[in-house]
Design a protein around this ligand. Sequence first.
Ligand SMILES: Nc1nc2c(ncn2[C@@H]2O[C@H](COP(=O)(O)OP(=O)(O)O)[C@@H](O)[C@H]2O)c(=O)[nH]1
Ligand SMILES: [Mg+2]
Length: 227
Amino acid sequence: MKDELGDRIKRYYEDALRVQLPRQTHVVLRIDGRSFHQFTKDLERPYCRPLADALDAAALVLCREMTGCRFAYGQSDEYSFLLSDLETEKSPMWFDGNLQKLVSVGASVFTAAFARAYASEKLASFDCRALVIAQASEVEKYFVWRQLDATANSLNMLASAHYSHVELLGKSDAEKHDLLHAKGLNWAKEPADFKRGRAVRRNASGEWAVDKEIPIFQREMSFLRDL
Ligand SMILES: Nc1nc2c(ncn2[C@@H]2O[C@H](COP(=O)(O)OP(=O)(O)O)[C@@H](O)[C@H]2O)c(=O)[nH]1
Ligand SMILES: [Mg+2]
C-alpha cells in the first residue's frame, strides 16, 4: 500500500513539475540578495568591503560544489555562475539539470555560506534563477551586461554617498561624474573590483580563487572566452 501510494503521488505530483534543462549547453545561475537595500541599510557606502568578501566566500563554496562550473562573476549583491556540460557528449550536469534542484540547492548553499562568512543580526537570504544560453557569444553578452550594471551601480553608489537623492534626480552619467569632480572625487580612481566586479575562477594550480583585478570585458573579450 505504502509503495503504491508513494509511486502514485510521485508520478502525479512530483514528476509533473520536474523540469529537466536541455543538455550540451551553458547554464547561468544568478543568485541575488533578497531585499538587500534593506539588509545593507546601515552598511558602509559606497562600497562595503566585508559584504563583498562574504559574497566572494559564498561564491567560492558554490564553485567548488557545482559540477561543470567554469567561473563566477559578482557585483553589488549578486553572483552569476557559468556551468557547462559541453566538454564531451557525456559530461555531467549538476543534478542532471533538474531545475528545481539547481536553483534551490544553489540558493541554499550560497545563503548558508554567506551567513557563515558575514555575522549579522539580520537574516540574509538569496534567490536563484537559471538561464539556459546555447550560444557562447550570447553567454559573453550576458556577462558584459552584468558588468555594465556593475559600472552603473558603482557610479550611482558613489554619487549617492555624496549627494542627496533629489540632487541626483534626472542626472546623466556625465553629470554625475561632474558633480563628483566638483567635490574633488574621481570615480575612475576607485578600486577596480568596485567599478568592474569580481570573478571566481581557477588559478594556475587549478584551485578556485577570487580575482579582483578583472578587465573590462568589452575591451578584452579573450578574458571571458578563455574561461
Ligand atoms: N551600503 C552598501 N549597499 C550595497 C553594497 N552593495 C550592494 N548594496 C545594496 O544592495 C542593493 C542591491 O540591489 P537590488 O538587488 O537591485 O535590490 P534588492 O531587491 O533590495 O536586493 C542596492 O540597494 C545597494 O544599495 C555595498 O557595498 N554597500
Ligand atoms: Mg538584490
